[in-house]
Write a protein that binds this ligand. Structure first.
Ligand SMILES: [Zn+2]
Length: 81
């Protein structure tokens, strides 16, 4: 699974893919943070937290995207299997 940081505006990203921006709990410090980083991997789009000092193992939330969009993604990223 190759996860890409997309760098899109988080609010627009969440609206586009209907991803909840409810707070995510950091598994390390147990604090809750609003997602602020847009991510994508094959077939899914999601949000995660930027690193706030607890390492890179941040929680994330993803949603599946529809087949048409997956195919579009394949066209954009033909090197990913
Ligand atoms: Zn933390």
């Amino acid at each position: 699974m190759k996860l890409c940081i997309v760098g899109q505006n988080i609010e627009k990203w969440a609206n586009k893919y209907l991803i909840s921006l409810e707070n995510l709990e950091c598994p390390t410090c147990k604090k809750y943070f609003k997602p602020d980083t847009s991510i994508a991997f094959k077939g899914y789009r999601g949000v995660t937290l930027s690193n706030h000092g607890c390492g890179i193992n941040m929680p994330f939330r993803v949603v599946p995207i529809d087949k048409e969009k997956i195919e579009f993604w394949e066209l954009l990223r033909p090197e990913e299997g």
